[in-house]
Design a protein around this ligand. Structure first.
Ligand SMILES: *Cc1c(COP(=O)(O)O)cnc(C)c1O
Length: 479
């Protein structure tokens, strides 16, 4: 009913679309990093529900004209905003192939399940997690962090909490994380029903890391007033400046105090593949759970994250249930225990694992790691250029792949300086030359460059700094 009636015509259009898509990727440098979606295009896309068919060629033309040019920009070599991976052509190919298979990877016994298991096994191996550890692919680290909080809750309250819900009669459950922790961790507390009041947000040191002594003191204070400390969240690469918490010390503290130790390694954890960065992550292998993304520094197209849990049985006990319509069988398609749906919120799940599998197979951990090291080197290069320049001021030490700085003409006070730097970031985006984001470091507004981009060259770093200086000079000298 919905398949093509004219396969040769569909084939011709598909081949042409694929060729166009490859030209689009190969020519990425020649297009703006970002451009606004014109009002007319926004209006066209806001059309009412189409009732009648449209020829596929017309639908495709509309995509080419109204959608494809207005990309968010993260595939461009000078995109440095937030923490966004750039993807690879191979990842796109794998996604196309996965969609042609269109399996539901909630569970059962079919090829895609074994691919996801392979990807989980590789991840387990990367961190030296033991046999019996579990894992599940997620939409991203936000989802993986939420699942981790739920498993940690099961650990301390037992799986009957699934029935009773959380109540604070035996003492409020308390978790500890630094003020540099990503906002999705707070949201995990909000939506899990534990409440964000259960998350202690602790001050960081001059390198934006949590201080284990402060955590220890907080735990003691909470115990003294009848609260129940249960979880420490460590960062492997904070979103603002790329700081890595002292993971080994946090692991020891958690062990001593009998708390769950979770690591949010959204982009930093994958640097285990990079020999020069991995030592900075020491202690991550002792975590009870690790969340990270394939769609950031591993360049897999969106969306693909993962949660690894050391105690797989506990992970399963947090989600598993078998309603009649999901009865498991010893053979046939309904076999293949354990099912992924027993480890996560979703029943229907796409074949995200294939693009991860293709990416890791094609490049291998060594080349993926080398690409990350290249980005760290480029961030250092940018930091050095900023240090050497009179126009700029570095606002945080370059520890990994993130550079926070500001344009600083002599005559401006803090307030106008903040506004000037925010305006520079907007104008840079509007120029299409490059994309950075903005953040606040201490009390100062910063231009934030995060390099998780396999397409970036040293020249791109220089071009971006030059563009920022040019825009800054123009703004600062304007009356
Ligand atoms: C990006 C990021 C997240 C959120 O991950 P998503 O994949 O966007 O859901 C969490 N923590 C850190 C440190 C991040 O950089």
């Amino acid at each position: 009913m919905l398949d093509p009636t004219d396969w040769p015509a569909f084939r011709a259009l598909s081949h042409a679309a694929l060729d166009d898509a490859l030209d689009y990727l190969a020519g990425i440098r020649d297009r703006p990093a970002w451009q606004p979606v014109p009002d007319a295009v926004q209006a066209r896309l806001a059309e009412p529900l189409p009732q009648d068919p449209t020829p596929l060629a017309d639908v495709y033309r509309e995509f080419v004209q109204s959608i494809q040019p207005y990309n968010s920009g993260n595939i461009h070599p000078r995109f440095f905003g937030w923490v966004q991976g750039s993807g690879t052509p191979t990842g796109a190919l794998a996604d196309l192939l996965a969609a042609t298979m269109n399996p539901n990877v909630g569970g059962r016994n079919h090829g895609a399940v074994y691919v996801e298991r392979a990807v989980i096994e590789w991840s387990r191996e990367l961190f030296g997690f033991p046999d019996g550890a579990s894992g599940v692919l997620t939409t991203g680290t936000s989802a993986a962090n939420l699942i981790a909080v739920l498993v940690a809750r099961t650990k301390v309250l037992g799986s009957h909490v699934r029935e009773t819900g959380v109540n604070i009669e035996g003492g409020r459950l308390i978790a500890y994380a630094s003020s540099a922790t990503h906002g999705c961790v707070r949201r995990a507390f909000e939506v899990s029903g534990l409440g964000s009041a259960s998350l202690r947000v602790l001050a960081t040191d001059s390198l934006h890391r949590i201080d284990p002594a402060t955590v220890a003191r907080s735990i003691e204070e909470d115990r003294a007033v009848g609260n129940r400390p249960f979880l420490i969240v460590g960062n492997a690469g904070t979103v603002d400046v790329g700081a890595i918490d002292p993971l080994d010390e946090l692991a020891s503290l958690a062990e001593r105090e009998g708390l769950w130790f979770h690591v949010d390694g959204a982009y930093g954890a994958s640097a285990m593949m990079a020999p020069s960065i991995a030592p900075k992550l020491r202690g991550i292998e002792r975590a009870d759970s690790i969340a990270f993304d394939f769609h950031k520094w591993l360049q897999v197209p969106y969306e693909a994250g993962i949660l690894l849990v050391r105690d797989g049985a506990l992970h399963r006990a947090t989600f598993a249930s078998t309603p009649n319509y999901l009865t498991r069988m010893p053979r046939g398609l309904a076999s293949g225990e354990p099912w992924f749906t027993d480890f996560t919120l979703d029943l229907s799940r796409g074949f995200k694992a294939l693009k991860v599998w293709f990416t890791i197979k094609e490049h291998g951990a060594k080349r993926l790691g080398a690409a990350m090291e290249e980005n760290v080197r480029q961030a250092k290069l940018m930091g050095n250029l900023i240090d050497e320049s009179d126009a700029f001021e570095l606002l945080a030490p370059v520890q990994l792949n993130v550079v926070c700085f500001r344009y600083r003409p002599d005559h401006l006070e803090e307030g106008p300086l903040d506004r000037l730097n925010d305006e520079i970031v907007i104008r840079l985006q509007e120029s299409g030359e490059a994309v950075t984001s903005s953040t606040t470091v201490g009390a100062r507004r910063a231009i934030r460059v995060c390099i998780v981009n396999q397409r970036t060259t040293d020249d791109d770093v220089r071009i971006t700094l030059a563009a920022i200086e040019r825009i800054g000079n123009a703004l600062a000298s304007a009356p």
